[in-house]
Write a protein that binds this ligand. Structure first.
Ligand SMILES: NC(=O)c1ccc[n+]([C@@H]2O[C@H](COP(=O)([O-])OP(=O)(O)OC[C@H]3O[C@@H](n4cnc5c(N)ncnc54)[C@H](OP(=O)(O)O)[C@@H]3O)[C@@H](O)[C@H]2O)c1
Length: 330
């Protein structure tokens, strides 16, 4: 009984908090020029814990008006963005330009991608206020032993003052120690939120007790052929937001997925592209998407996923496509 009462109070508090934040976001949205200014205004750290909230594997903590999610760190993150793996030089800068021009405010990079300078350059050149953009970077396992230097290098190369989210790219030797170094940068205001990538049901319970700041995000491979139907609700049940990499099957690995007849049929029914259906399917499962693209037309297309919804029947058809087929080894 006591447990139910405590849960009830927590639920009430959450309802009040979310009602307040929605009202705030609506006000921001109505005051042009940019609805995404809401992110900047809202990204003042709040003392909110959603760590004990039981999520259902649906997008019930996604704000579909502002297209954002409130992380367990208290920060607001867009629910769609641009992945920048394998984008370099002018290709990367042009992709960034197209993304920022089309309202994308979430950028995923990593020290391993070697494109921090281009990303920083594009952000500076865009004229979009820094606080409106949410940048994720990652430490690679070979940097764990000297995380301090690696973080400083990322900060210096990006040259945007702070990183919104830093992830450990993979589990590896010294991962908890590297995470603790990232925690120090949170205290110093140079990193805002922390997370993990390629952590699953086995690794998470072992890792979490070793660190002080709960990860706000886990980024794993997720697409219709590799759906993670157990992993996703497990991570969400911990109050951690899930983000999918290789949402379109992965550059160079997605020929079959991008011609999948079931997806084609659903896309035709909505007058949408197959890529848009996949991205929407993720959003409806409460999964943040970061499709990678070097093509400005694709980048724009990948933002147009909020003017339709998939039916339960369509969601079930896509669920049936799962093959547990990973398109990369980790
Ligand atoms: N944490 C990790 O371990 C990890 C691992 C891998 C990736 N990631 C992250 O996840 C991001 C996404 O992965 P990814 O970029 O490798 O693969 P992806 O997003 O699954 O697919 C990218 C491929 O899809 C194409 N594409 C994009 N939009 C399209 C559209 N609307 N219509 C048709 N084709 C489209 C792209 O070609 P065009 O360039 O021609 O558009 C590219 O060939 C990465 O960029 C990276 O940020 C993280």
């Amino acid at each position: 009984m006591k447990r139910i009462a405590v849960l009830g109070v927590l639920l009430m508090m959450l309802l009040i908090v979310s009602a307040c934040s929605e009202t705030g976001a609506m006000t921001e949205q109505n005051s042009k020029p940019s609805a995404l200014a809401a992110i900047a205004t809202a990204n003042v750290k709040e003392d909110i814990s959603v760590g004990e909230t039981i999520l259902t594997g649906k997008a019930d903590n996604f704000d579909m008006e502002t297209k954002t999610v409130k992380l367990n760190s208290g920060y607001i993150m867009p629910i769609y963005g641009l992945g920048t793996y394998s984008l370099h030089g002018t290709t990367c800068v042009n992709a960034m330009k197209a993304a920022l021009k089309n309202g994308v405010r979430l950028i995923d990079t990593a020290s391993y991608y070697g494109n921090a300078e281009e990303i920083g350059e594009a952000i500076h050149a865009s004229g979009v206020p820094r606080e409106e953009i949410f940048v994720i970077s990652k430490l690679y396992p070979n940097e764990f032993h000297n995380a301090d230097a690696a973080i400083q290098s990322i900060l210096q190369k990006l040259d945007i003052g702070y990183v919104d989210m830093m992830l450990l790219h993979h589990p590896g030797n010294g991962d908890a120690e590297a995470y603790k170094v990232m925690e120090k940068y949170v205290a110093a205001g140079k990193i805002r939120s922390l997370g993990l990538s390629n952590w699953y049901i086995k690794e998470l319970p072992e890792f979490l007790p070793q660190v002080s700041i709960k990860p706000a995000l886990v980024q794993n491979e997720i697409h219709p052929y590799h759906q993670e139907n157990e992993v996703v609700p497990f991570i969400q049940s911990l109050g951690i937001t899930v983000q999918g990499w290789y949402p379109l099957g992965g550059r160079g690995y997605n020929k079959e997925l991008m011609t999948e007849p079931v997806l084609k049929e659903i896309a035709a029914a909505h007058g949408k592209s197959l890529a848009q259906v996949i991205l929407r399917w993720n959003i409806e499962r409460g999964i943040v998407v970061i499709p990678g693209s070097s093509n400005p037309a694709h980048i724009k297309e990948n933002t147009e996923i909020f003017d339709f919804a998939l039916t339960d029947e369509e969601m079930a058809k896509i669920k049936a496509l799962d093959r547990g087929e990973k398109h990369d080894w980790y």
